[in-house]
Write a protein that binds this ligand. Structure first.
Ligand SMILES: NC(=O)c1ccc[n+]([C@@H]2O[C@H](COP(=O)([O-])OP(=O)(O)OC[C@H]3O[C@@H](n4cnc5c(N)ncnc54)[C@H](OP(=O)(O)O)[C@@H]3O)[C@@H](O)[C@H]2O)c1
Length: 331
């Protein structure tokens, strides 16, 4: 049999396991021009929370009682399509399904020789590309500047900080446990770390860690941490709005500081993006990330959870900070 996971109901506030259901069906057979794929690794990502809402966005909402999808690494088990053979490895936006057929559209062939297969969901996938292109396109980081990054021990944040060090910047990371702060400062060479869960004055902690102010803030969390960062920005500072996980589960529109006066007074650029805006730059980004990996200038961390049915729990755990680096499920 073949298991798949659907969204059973749209979460209200914080999602729970009751919002998902694992179902069974027959293993599919590929038709002419199709391949049969066996899922090996499934990516769980905070942005999937947005797709659980029935609202218009840059990507359509999930349909109820249909398989969820995310980036998946799979093995070709059977092929009736030119250019794909049994035993090939691919990555692509695929269903949360043990076995599925595909017409090959949107599949990228990947190789075990360059990196472990799971890395194509992290450092060599959209995660690494997001970190690299967010900094390149919006941050325009210059040597000697101060870079602050939140979600610093997570998938995107841990790469952002390391790229900051490669570029010769002072790098400060914000994360949710002392263990994570130890990781980013001792293993990833961040200059300083702030545990946002053990301070009641994040603005002051940022000021202490960045006495010369912040030139670039890579924001993965939004909310009060974003406000506190903006209040510490230097003239012509750049804020990269990559993610806002702290408010993804909010049931009502969150409110906070009015940032306009600070943005105006210090000529700050604040720009959101989705990585797909820069699709034409993906290949050069992967090339650069691969080179840094080979030269040992970049390290990456993964939290690998085992078992297909654990996918929903792994997704929920992102909101509890249970991951270090990229959260991936090994099927
Ligand atoms: N714009 C794009 O194209 C794009 C692409 C990829 C990702 N993103 C966004 O970038 C962000 C990071 O994604 P990721 O894949 O690297 O995830 P991640 O950082 O690996 O995982 C999420 C982390 O967020 C932190 N977190 C959870 N709740 C929080 C809260 N209330 N306040 C502050 N931090 C909280 C947790 O770490 P702590 O222990 O530190 O709390 C958790 O480990 C997400 O917001 C995601 O949506 C955007």
């Amino acid at each position: 049999m073949n298991k798949y996971i659907v969204l059973k109901k749209r979460p209200e506030g914080k999602p729970s396991l009751n919002d998902f259901e694992t179902k069974e069906t027959k293993k599919p057979q590929p038709g002419e021009g199709e391949v049969l794929l066996k899922a090996l690794y499934v990516s769980v990502d905070p942005y999937l929370r947005g797709r659980m809402r029935d609202e218009k966005s840059y990507i359509p909402p999930f349909k109820l009682n249909e398989p969820m999808e995310s980036m998946v690494v799979a093995e070709v088990e059977d092929s009736k399509k030119e250019n794909f053979s049994k035993g090939d490895f691919v990555s692509g936006m695929l269903d949360w399904q043990e076995y599925q057929v595909s017409d090959g559209k949107g599949l990228n062939k990947i190789s075990k020789d360059n990196a472990p297969l799971s890395a194509y969901l992290g450092i060599l996938g959209l995660t690494g590309i997001t970190a690299y292109l967010g900094l390149e396109k919006i941050g325009k980081l210059k040597e000697g500047e101060t870079l602050l990054v939140s979600g610093a021990a997570g998938a995107v944040g841990s790469i952002v900080g390391q790229i900051g060090k490669i570029k010769g910047c002072k790098v400060v990371g914000i994360a949710g446990s002392d263990e994570k702060i130890k990781k980013i400062t001792e293993e990833f060479q961040f200059d300083e770390g702030i545990n946002y869960k053990t301070t009641d004055n994040i603005k002051q902690e940022i000021k202490k860690a960045c006495p010369n102010g912040i030139d670039v803030y890579f924001d993965n969390v939004g909310g009060e941490i974003l406000d506190a960062a903006v209040l510490n920005m230097n003239k012509f500072g750049r804020v990269i709005n990559c993610g806002a996980i702290s408010i993804y589960n909010a049931e009502e529109q969150p409110t906070g500081l009015r940032l306009e006066p600070f943005l105006i007074k210090s000529s700050i650029l604040m720009q959101g993006f989705t990585v797909r805006d820069y699709a034409e730059d993906f290949q050069p980004a992967i090339k650069q990330l691969s080179e840094w990996l080979k030269e040992d200038k970049l390290q990456y961390e993964e939290t690998i959870v085992e078992g297909f049915e654990e996918i929903p729990q792994a997704f929920l755990d992102l909101f509890e900070g249970k991951n270090k680096g990229k959260m991936v499920v090994k099927v």
